[in-house]
Design a protein around this ligand. Structure first.
Ligand code: PMV
Length: 340
């Protein structure tokens, strides 16, 4: 009988994952160890803003510690620790804690642009690290693993419009696709106000949500808000989606501002954009809506047909330093081109 040549396992894989923008935000953890959120969240995966990550497990035992390079720079301190912790979890799942890893990751958007890179970074890291160990998990399982690195990363495993179910334990707190990317070509036009790294990371911010007297009110209102977003997506109705996403972004920032200690991510430029968006809608019905993550930059959501006009209008504002844009994209995927 003919025997095929034995294949040497490579222990190396590369994955690419898009960032995402939440329409209903994840803010606040119910279980910090498992990273279970207080509420479901819904997002759009961003096709044009992504992280690519190559992981190679050192089976020969040459490395004494994980070696992590992000955007050409060796990661150290807290940043490196967070990646190593995630690799520890994957080592644990593989039942082998010996292997150290070489990780090289690159974002196609500047980290200093204020676009959240943790979602795309932990989604790509999870997929690459598991594939390199031949752990053949499906997207749902990978989503649960990515969640442990960064909550929003659980959503980036899937493309298009995605809901992350809060869940009650590790296995049930997972994301799923609501609609594929081509179902509705919304645009996320990000008005960059500041590129300095935020003083309080979202990871620390999630721990403070419950200290705000407004948090319970926000959580109580989300059951109907989530339903309204699912319906607006199903109907592709921006005039229905827009007001809800604005309200939830403002509710999340109200919780942030009133937590102890208080988190104030907005800059004067943030307000300039919010007022402009409302003025444009009032003056000539220009159909654009805002949402804001844990930072000062404003994400403007509009239909593809209005993007050019929106870019023109943003140029008239004093505090918008630059703009990056994306439409909906696919979920994380394994690619052939390794970074080393
Ligand atoms: O995944 P984290 O821990 O970076 O938290 C993300 C928090 C927000 O971006 C503010 C909201 C969200 O749902 O993406």
């Amino acid at each position: 009988m003919y025997r095929s040549a034995p294949t040497t396992p490579q222990y190396k894989a590369t994955a690419r994952a898009g960032s995402n923008i939440a329409f209903i935000k994840y803010w606040g953890v119910a279980d910090p160890r498992l990273n279970l959120p207080l509420n479901n969240s819904i997002s759009m995966t961003l096709g044009a803003l992504h992280s690519t990550t190559t992981v190679e497990w050192d089976t020969a035992g040459r490395l004494s510690a994980d070696q992590i390079t992000i955007d050409g720079e060796r990661a150290e301190g807290k940043k490196a620790e967070r990646v190593t912790q995630h690799l520890d979890l994957i080592r644990h799942l593989a039942g082998d804690r010996r292997f150290r890893a070489r990780v090289v990751s690159r974002n196609n958007f500047p980290m200093a642009s204020g676009i959240a890179s943790s979602a795309s970074a932990f989604a790509a890291l999870t997929m690459a690290a598991c594939a390199a160990l031949n752990l053949n998990y499906d997207r749902t399982r990978l989503s649960a693993i990515a969640r442990r690195g960064s909550g929003s990363a659980s959503r980036s495993l899937f493309g298009g419009y995605v809901e992350w179910e809060r869940g009650a334990d590790d296995a049930s707190s997972i994301a799923r696709q609501l609609f594929p990317p081509d179902y509705w070509t919304l645009r996320d036009v990000v008005a960059i106000i500041s590129t300095t790294e935020k003083a309080v990371s979202s990871q620390s911010g999630h721990m403070l949500a419950m200290s705000s007297p407004l948090n319970a009110g926000r959580i109580d209102s989300l059951y109907s808000a989530l339903q309204e977003v699912r319906t607006a997506l199903a109907l592709r109705d921006l005039t229905r989606l827009g007001p809800i996403i604005e309200q939830d972004a403002l509710a999340m920032h109200a919780v942030m501002m009133t937590s102890r200690p208080s988190l104030l991510y907005w800059q004067p430029g943030t307000l300039e954009v919010l007022h402009a968006v409302r003025r444009w809608r009032e003056e000539d019905g220009f159909p654009v809506y805002f949402t804001i993550d844990a930072g000062p930059n404003v994400h403007l959501i509009c239909e593809a047909a209005f993007e050019r006009e929106l870019l023109k209008r943003l140029q008239t504002l004093n505090n918008v330093r630059s703009v990056v844009t994306s439409g909906p994209g696919d979920g994380a995927e394994i690619i052939d081109q390794h970074l080393f």
